[in-house]
Design a protein. Sequence first.
Length: 89
Amino acid sequence: MATEQEVRHIAELADVGINPEELGTFTHQFNAILDYFDVLDRVSGDTAVTRDLYNVMRDDIVKPSLPQKDVLANAPAQEDGFIKAPRVM
């Protein structure tokens, strides 16, 4: 059973902000999750349902791509042979 102090410490390590008002509720929920993991640890793996496995992915098909000059002709901006995009920050 995790204490509020331990939950606060774990939240700090995970960089998760928890308000002091929420700490009691979060601690209760955290302990419920840990209890559920304890239940899962006690489940025997012998009774698991087995199913046939099959690959749902298709095989890759190699196709020629467009020439670089055709791609860059459609780009609004380019630099050193690459498409130049706006800065995202």
